[in-house]
Design a protein around this ligand. Sequence first.
Ligand code: ATP
Length: 236
Amino acid sequence: MPLLELEDVTAFYGPVQVLEGVSLTVPESGAVGILGANGAGKTTTLRSISGTVRAEGRIVFDGTDIRGMRPDKVAALGIAHVPEGRGTLGDLTVRENLRVGAYLRRDRKAIATDIDYCLDLFPQLQSRIRSNGSALSGGEQQMLAIGRAIMARPRLMLLDEASLGLAPSTAKNVYEAIGRLRRESGIAMLVVEQNANLAFTLVESATVLETGRNALTGSTAELRGMDEIRRAYLGG
Ligand code: ATP
């Protein structure tokens, strides 16, 4: 049984339908990518999982039907959403932001251990631990947003455009850290990414969305071999 299964998911902003039947699965400890042009529905697919947009169809996480569930309930089941734009809290310090990620937990010692782990994964945050979120660079905010998700001890992480607006070397650093997190934690990942070259360093398979539907799904190796993927997403 996959950890997450979406079958024929549709989603709406008010009366406007933006997903027209999206299906995908994420295996336990697997990493799956979602590629597609602007407006294809990648972000909306993640939102339909985390409960922040109205969705129809089947969305099953670890055997539980989570479609239509409130976002806080979905989070409590073990799904952490790292949103596009990061969503770090500007008025709180780095340490406070990390603590916020652990708001459902009471295991103080393990929380402290996990904060140390985040700082080991993202050493740049160590020297910024008392800085406000708003004072961080874009790369540091992205690291903090991922750190906050780690603090929830999720089984599945939804990552939306983690490289957006970052210098290439910073984006590479962030993806290397996500790869290490994956190897060390076994957290499953569903990864929306414009930069397919980066995404393919992390995921085993991906689906390409076009106007709210799956256009193609395959293993990373299969997709790399397709001319249309190379042209549209891999820069030639
Ligand atoms: P991007 O990379 O630009 O974020 P995306 O593939 O993630 O693209 P979505 O953000 O899921 O695409 O958007 C899918 C469609 O839904 C687009 O046509 C977009 O204009 C529309 N849309 C997104 N958010 C809203 C909203 N809050 N209200 C109405 N329409 C929206």
